[in-house]
Design a binder for this molecule. Structure first.
Ligand SMILES: [Zn+2]
Length: 383
């Protein structure tokens, strides 16, 4: 998800986002809870029904957030940066900067989520025992206790991308020392679980539980897609293993002067087909310019605006060194949502020289060629 949604705050240094699909499920869940309590509690006023429905919904999403924060705290403990937590239609997702480097780390990060949900289930259950006379509290806490318990158990199913799939992968990874094989096994079992959910959901619809059945089918498809994606990511990882920035960079580094207008820059892009240029003045690098920046200015202002006014200034350009592993570089490109990065090599006199450019396209081309050559090319990667 490139655009995670609306930012609602920051906890432990991690930005928290609400995805647009979250609104649908929040409204739907609140309404569902309202109707459920309406049937169970005929004596309640509609104000009471709405307020209980609404607070249950809010606490449910707070529970999801707590679950993701638990994963995040353990990841941060292993010095893995947590980029964001996003709540969306199927729950929450914490995106971390990189995969854990050891099986035990992956195990602990994965297990923290279901553990946190289990703790919440126990906590809400305890509240029922503390306030047995308060009907609203009992209703809210009963639902939340059961739901958090269900979240803990469901997420422990041993298939990717569920937490249980990561735990499963960590165990195989630890036992076989083979990350790729562990990922494939967890991916396959994730697909089996997804197919089982789709079948079960279909069966439930057939039996008359239309809402529950359809929802199960939808989650099944979502999991199926995610399981396939995680195996595809593994393929990318394997293809790029052993390659470094210098292997794919283009040695041509197109440049432009800072004083030219955007109109002139546009003409240069059209003439050469190059989408990114370093901005140079008197042989010194001052910034980077690209088509994306060009398009951020309205067309009728192009002849009055200089490249210098809209370029990415030198200090904000992201760099790579020639021997940076390509996989990490690709991740940095994707995280920063940019298309290219200059490759800089330090020389003996301490001055940095730009020796080339790596673009997303050039990485994709290498991946395609390598996958066409087949698995024979693995292990023969230049070091
Ligand atoms: Zn989780």
């Amino acid at each position: 998800m490139a655009r995670p949604g609306m930012r609602i705050g920051k906890i432990l240094g991690i930005p928290i986002y609400l995805h647009s699909t979250w609104v649908i499920v929040f409204a739907g869940l609140t309404y569902l809870l309202f109707s459920q309590f309406e049937q169970q509690k005929p004596g309640w006023t509609s104000t009471q029904l709405w307020s209980v429905g609404l607070s249950t919904s809010v606490l449910f999403f707070a529970s999801l957030l707590f679950h993701e924060l638990a994963h995040s705290v353990v990841a941060q403990h292993y010095k893995i940066r947590v980029l964001s937590i996003t709540l969306f239609i199927f729950g929450g997702v914490a995106s971390i900067e990189r995969d854990p480097s050891k099986a035990i780390q992956e195990f602990n990060i994965a297990v923290a989520g279901p553990f946190a949900s289990g703790i919440l289930a126990a906590l809400f259950w305890a509240l029922i025992k503390v306030f047995p006379g308060n009907e609203s509290v009992v209703s809210v806490c009963t639902w939340l206790s059961a739901t958090n318990l269900w979240l803990a158990v469901f997420n422990l199913l041993p298939g990717f991308p569920l937490d249980g799939g990561r735990i499963f992968r960590a165990i195989i990874w630890g036992a076989t020392k083979n990350f790729s094989r562990a990922t494939r096994v967890a991916g396959t079992s994730g697909r089996l679980i997804a197919y089982a959910m789709i079948l079960l959901g279909g069966f439930a619809v057939f039996k008359g539980s239309v809402g529950f059945g359809l929802w199960t089918v939808i989650i099944g498809f979502f999991l199926l897609n995610a399981a396939q994606e995680s195996v595809a990511q593994l393929a990318i990882r394997e293809t790029l293993t052993g390659l470094r920035a210098a292997d794919v960079m283009s040695q041509e580094v197109p440049t432009v002067g800072r004083a030219i207008s955007l109109e002139e820059y546009g003409a240069e892009v059209l003439r050469t087909g190059r989408r990114c240029h370093l901005v140079i003045t008197e042989d010194r690098l001052v910034g980077m310019m690209n088509v994306h920046k060009l398009n951020s200015v309205p067309r009728d202002e192009w002849d009055l605006t200089s490249v210098q006014a809209v370029m990415i200034p030198r200090e904000r350009i992201l760099w790579a060194t020639p021997d940076e592993p390509l996989l990490g570089l690709l991740e940095r490109l994707l995280t920063a949502d940019i298309n290219q990065m200059p490759i800089v090599s330090g020389s003996d006199d301490g001055a940095a020289h730009i020796i080339g450019m790596v673009t997303r396209d050039s990485i994709l081309r290498v991946m395609q060629t390598r996958s066409e050559l087949g698995p024979l090319s693995f292990g023969t990667a230049s070091k």
